[in-house]
Write a protein that binds this ligand. Structure first.
Ligand SMILES: CC(C)(COP(=O)(O)OP(=O)(O)OC[C@H]1O[C@@H](n2cnc3c(N)ncnc32)[C@H](O)[C@@H]1OP(=O)(O)O)[C@@H](O)C(=O)NCCC(=O)NCCS
Length: 398
């Protein structure tokens, strides 16, 4: 019986095909398909759907407006109740997260592509940049800031946020009605039959918290660059544009992030270290002198960097400066940051053993901020030592 049951199980990350469609021929082109990284929020921790053989779930979107095609196909489905196990309600689960108004007819979906020429980016233009692509040449991208009052945006955002379920492990949908949300969107300009069209590339949501008496603290909530566009620098462009936008607002105290994931922290270190390079206190010749109050002040005043992040960004800045020194050997740089992460994990494991879950939550929060700050400062000292030693060795060889 177990063997028979297994025949009716499908890996939902494989079964679900996603697509961003620009041209009718994209619909049947497997090269434009991508799959979720996660589907556990809908299909359970083992990411398996039961009751079907050859299950295929299609969630295709028009490239700009994200008009949706939703189809479920399979070769066999268990008909009667099967050893007291019913087939999973695939349609119901997916309908629970995608907004109404989708089509299940491929021809209707293809005809919606004609309306894509009417789709224009929401909100105000913040930043334009170009990226060189091997095949397509120079491509132009735009970052826009929108809010919930932009006509048509709420419906578009409901379609866009469905992608979070598939690419962020702990994703949840936001209550976009709240006017404290800011939305930052990235679009690619492309040409179709001589017309300029816009394709959705990714986005970020930021919540403006109030800080007594008259300041705000924007907190980055979610950020997603859609998979076909990842690794091309769009995440860095988006985060930098968002930082620059809030830095220009006098009422902003500093910029924070909600429960930042490892990917987000890596991207943030990359962007902040780039932004720090332009500040006099972070000039390369000042770095070996150690962490200074001047750095803290400049990072806070000019970049509105939250204090927990300084050391992380400075460490990254130092390491990348070192990496670009000629003659440097990678093994010469010790790994205090790696050690810090391991140590932090050991501390957490120890705590988990002796604390009740409700105590753990508050201890973790406190420990994270306090130890991160202290440990990053220690690791900074070690990196500075490495830096001095290497510079001296290189100078003695010159
Ligand atoms: C994380 C994410 C936003 C990054 O966007 P991206 O456009 O792919 O990143 P970029 O190409 O702009 O990266 C710029 C630099 O940041 C650093 N970086 C970004 N993501 C990284 C990662 N996952 N690991 C290590 N470094 C990373 C790298 O230094 C990179 O430069 P390089 O490619 O020359 O090494 C994107 O991959 C994504 O949406 N992932 C899924 C959802 C997610 O994890 N969101 C964040 C938490 S809410």
């Amino acid at each position: 019986m177990e063997k028979k049951l297994a025949e009716y199980k499908c890996d939902t990350n494989e079964a679900l095909s996603l697509k961003l469609v620009r041209f009718p021929e994209d619909v049947d082109d497997d090269g434009t398909t991508f799959h979720p990284e996660y589907s556990h929020q809908l299909f359970g921790d083992d990411e398996v759907a039961f009751g079907y053989k050859g299950l295929q779930i299609q969630l295709f979107y028009t490239a700009g407006n994200l008009s949706t095609l939703f189809k479920v196909k399979y070769s066999l489905k268990v008909t009667d109740t099967f050893d007291c196990v019913e087939p999973d309600d695939i349609e119901g689960k997916i309908r629970g997260i995608i907004p109404a108004g989708f089509t299940s007819n491929t021809d209707d979906f293809v005809s919606l592509l004609e309306k894509e020429a009417n789709f224009k980016p929401f909100g105000t233009l913040l930043h334009t940049y170009t990226v060189h692509n091997e095949e397509a040449g120079e491509l132009t991208y735009q970052i826009h800031k929108a809010d919930i009052t932009c006509p048509g945006f709420q419906e578009y955002h409901e379609r866009l946020q469905t992608f979070l379920m598939w690419f962020i492990e702990t994703a949840s949908f936001i209550d976009s009605d709240d006017d404290r949300w800011d939305f930052f969107l990235v679009f690619e300009k492309y040409n179709k039959d001589g017309e300029t069209l816009y394709a959705t590339v990714g986005y970020m949501t930021v919540y403006n918290y109030y800080v007594y008496p008259d300041k705000t603290r924007p907190r980055v909530s979610q950020m997603l660059i859609l998979p076909p566009f990842q690794g091309e620098g769009h995440g860095a462009q988006l985060l930098e544009a968002v930082h620059r936008f809030y830095c220009g607002l006098p009422k902003v105290q500093d910029i924070t992030a909600e429960d930042p994931s490892e990917n987000y922290v890596k991207l943030r270190d990359f962007v902040l270290s780039k932004l720090c390079q332009s500040l006099p206190a972070f000039a390369v010749d000042k770095l070996p002198l150690g962490f200074s109050d001047e750095m803290v002040k400049e990072a806070q005043d000019k970049l509105k960097i939250n204090k927990v992040w300084y050391h992380s960004a400075v460490n990254y800045h130092l390491i990348s400066t070192l990496m670009h020194c000629e003659g440097i050997q990678p093994y010469e740089i010790t790994e205090p940051l790696g050690v810090f992460v391991q140590k932090n994990q050991r501390e957490l494991a120890k705590m988990k053993k002796c604390l009740r879950p409700e105590e753990l939550v508050s201890h973790m929060g406190q420990m994270d901020t306090r130890t991160q700050h202290e440990e990053l400062e220690k690791s900074y000292q070690i990196i500075v030592e490495d830096y001095r030693r290497i510079i001296e060795r290189l100078a003695s060889q010159a």
